[in-house]
Design a protein around this ligand. Sequence first.
Ligand code: ZN
Ligand code: ZN
Ligand code: ZN
Length: 356
Amino acid sequence: MTSKDYYKILGVDRNASEDEIKNAYRKEALRWHPDRHANDSEDKKKEAEEKFKEIAEAYAVLTDPEKKKMYDTYGTVDGQPGFSGGFNPSDFGFGGMGFDDIFNHFGGRRRGGFNFHESHEPGASINLQVGVTIEEVYCGGTKNVDYDIETRCGHCGGQGGHGIKTCPYCHGSGMITETTRGAWGISQVSRPCNHCHGKGTVVEEVCKECGGTGVKKQHKNVTITIPKGVENGGQIKIDGAGYESKDPKGINGDLIVTFIYQFDQSKYRVAGNTLYELIDVPYYDVILGTEKEITLPNKEKIKVKIPKCSRDGAQITVTSKGLNYGNYIAVVNVIYPTAISSKEEKHLEDIRKIHK
Ligand SMILES: [Zn+2]
Ligand SMILES: [Zn+2]
Ligand SMILES: [Zn+2]
């Protein structure tokens, strides 16, 4: 007995309004539309197809007041007492609802199949990870990044071919209905048409420029700004720098850059405008006190005064030498010797005698 969470499938909560359900459905259906996955691996294609069906099923139930009530009450719509006839696949998804009906709600299709080009589907976004050094975090800066994007094929205008005609396999509906004989008798199951990938239309002649994909790869190079003090995992978004939409009216996807620290984080720690640095100090310097010269990430040299009898982990603040004139804090890391000379040993023995 299936008890799918239709709300979860559409990504809406249980109190979602009909409009919210419709919007969520539209978003998800576009995302998993077989047309968008035509060039994926067989596994991915199958996954998209399954999702697409599941979404349609969720939509069919949640927008039908009777079925929704049944579902909200029993958590399922199949095989419950009083639900005459038990489970019938054609009550759900495309069979009962009709692919056309679904999309007609949104005005996003024309006769002959669902048409992507009227939905102004935006291009896909790109995620890039960019490594940053402590110098770049401390000073901010710019970096050139290279990546590949897909742009709309200029030859076919993103259509993938020339001359659009009704798909001869599904006759424009975008769906193929199969009749099977199973435990419940004869049932009909519909699935997106493989030939046109649910679009309902095919091209007369495949575009030679793009091989029918409607897109072309293009190398891109952009200069990104590394914000001063950026956090590890911090992101910036560059609007419109992602994939170009297949639709001339659709907007481009975005470029999302995630900054990843590429430096020893046990040595440097950035907290807001404060820069912490772990500095190694030999045991005798910790006891006697000293002044250490430190090179900041911007190569500036500063003096850090370590007071007499400091302890491991002691923090010494130098004002305005952090980020944006925040504090620089040196954290003392006491270094003990792993071997000592006879001369050093003799002196230490003398010290011990003082304490006896
Ligand atoms: Zn083309
Ligand atoms: Zn077809
Ligand atoms: Zn062409």
